[in-house]
Design a protein around this ligand. Structure first.
Ligand SMILES: [Fe+2]
Length: 326
């Protein structure tokens, strides 16, 4: 049986975030200059660290992922509050059930279960040697461009958090880069508040249905790039150019161009690191990408945590933010 997916709850069938009304009283209300300025300066202050200091600050050692201590959990929550992400470091031989236990302890409970997800809610991100996975870029050794997870989900099934755990690194490459969507929001709003206005429109970005052998395996999804859910900013984005439909509008085009410029700005507050065995990212679905990589030529079959194969990461996606169920 698949883990429970709370999106089936009737209470979640009513999207409460896809309109400007959800922004009222938050810093994300375009009419709220002062609240925005306060939030903005606090956020940019957090990110004023050098890239090295930032990566170091985000790192939290966790002695036992199956039973993290209150101070370890507190350190992760603190970082997720400030940066929307934390990196943890635990034993290299941490197994699936411990990764799932850590997620549960961190308040991540309502699973999103896209294609290729295992029965336990974890997905093995590794180079596929057959099956439907080999048709999807995450299961190859190719680079993955900027995106937030689940950008093809419906508005009421948004991925609010995910955990990515390294079981085995690649021989070479496979670097991760992460960027807090709050920072992107700030760059766009500072440039032109109309960029935010159009990117919050409910029909700005459509991901067409996913077809496999003529059969729809995922419906089309239309929704905003930025939305506000329970007072927090949420971003839905993919940098891909194919199988994606943007609203045909001059301001949307200009906003997209600015967004692309931010994502490619070498001076931006981008967190860069290469996950080592036992390390993982836990976050409020921040923007991320990975570089291409190469495994040992004799790595053989990649699947299975005890095989001697190539790069293997475990990923779990949630409809919750970190710390949601405490
Ligand atoms: Fe991803």
């Amino acid at each position: 049986m698949k883990p429970s997916n709370h999106a089936q709850s009737p209470a979640l069938q009513r999207p409460d975030h896809a309109s400007a009304a959800a922004s009222a009283g938050t810093p994300f209300d375009l009419g709220e200059g002062r609240a925005y300025e306060n939030w903005r300066s606090e956020k940019l202050n957090f990110f004023s660290l050098s890239p090295e200091a930032l990566a170091k600050t985000l790192m939290v050692p966790v002695a036992d992922p199956a039973s993290p201590r209150p101070d370890e959990k507190g350190a992760i929550f603190e970082r997720c509050d400030a940066f929307n992400m934390a990196i943890y470091a635990t034993s290299p031989d941490t197994e699936k059930q411990d990764v799932l236990a850590l997620a549960r302890h961190l308040g991540l409970q309502r699973f999103d279960t896209p294609l290729c997800t295992g029965e336990d809610g974890l997905t093995e991100i590794t180079v596929a040697d057959g099956g439907r996975e080999e048709f999807y870029i995450p299961y190859t050794d190719k680079p993955l461009s900027w995106h937030t997870d689940g950008y093809y989900n419906k508005p009421d099934e948004q991925v609010r958090g995910f955990l990515l755990h390294c079981r085995r690194p690649a021989r070479e490459g496979g670097l991760s880069e992460l960027l807090d969507p709050d920072v992107v929001y700030i760059r766009l709003r500072d440039e032109n508040p109309d960029f935010i206005r159009v990117l919050m429109e409910d029909d700005v970005l459509t991901i067409p249905a996913n077809m496999e052998n003529g059969v729809v395996v995922r419906d089309a999804a239309t929704g905003p790039v930025f939305s506000v859910i329970a007072g927090k900013l949420h971003m839905r984005y993919t940098d891909r150019k194919r199988h994606i439909e943007w609203k045909d509008d001059a301001t949307v085009l200009a906003a997209r161009q600015k967004l692309t410029a931010v994502l490619n700005d070498a001076e931006e507050c981008i967190v860069r690191f290469r996950l080592e065995p036992g390390q993982g990212v836990v976050c409020n679905n921040v923007l991320h990408r990975r570089t291409g990589f190469s495994n040992d030529p004799d790595a053989g079959s990649n699947s299975g945590e005890n095989s001697g194969g190539g790069r293997l990461l475990y990923r779990a996606r949630f409809l919750d933010r970190v710390g949601a169920h405490q």
